[in-house]
Design a protein around this ligand. Structure first.
Ligand SMILES: [Zn+2]
Length: 139
């Protein structure tokens, strides 16, 4: 059993060291100020706690190493680069990803999530009322 406790994962100015500089198994107890609040329901839960959780940092998409993640996905509570965010929004009339100007708090993320659900619900309702109309012809 090797206990490799890293106590110094942060540089003096609070920045997380480059990823290649720390082992993938590092369980950092020091979530840096950059990460901010991480939503309990975020998806996926990357080994690197900063991936998709730092504003303007690395994109939340597993296979993406894009930076400048400034889009919040209102379903996964992760931050995405513009390319991924546009890709996700493309097939959804109610945008899943919205641009943010900083990392939202958990309360704000929940509010964004509820707003999205409300928009989707309203859209479904509008659709339903449209498409069911012909079925009510009882003549
Ligand atoms: Zn991306």
């Amino acid at each position: 059993m090797i206990d490799m406790t890293r106590q110094n994962a942060l540089t003096p100015n609070g920045h997380v060291r480059a990823r290649h500089a720390k082992p993938a198994t590092t369980r950092s107890t020091s979530t840096s100020a950059e990460v901010g609040e991480a939503h309990a329901n975020r998806y996926p839960k990357h080994e690197d706690p900063t991936k998709g959780q730092v504003y303007n940092g690395v994109c939340n998409t597993t296979a993406c190493v894009g930076r400048r993640a400034v889009w919040l996905n209102r379903g996964t509570f992760g931050l995405y680069c513009t390319t991924c965010a546009r890709g996700q929004n493309r097939y959804n009339e109610v945008p899943i990803c919205i641009p943010v100007d900083r990392k939202p708090t958990i309360a704000e993320m929940d509010a964004h999530h509820h707003a999205m659900m409300a928009d989707m619900s309203a859209l479904r309702k509008a659709r339903h009322e449209q498409t069911t109309e012909p079925y009510f012809s009882n003549s």
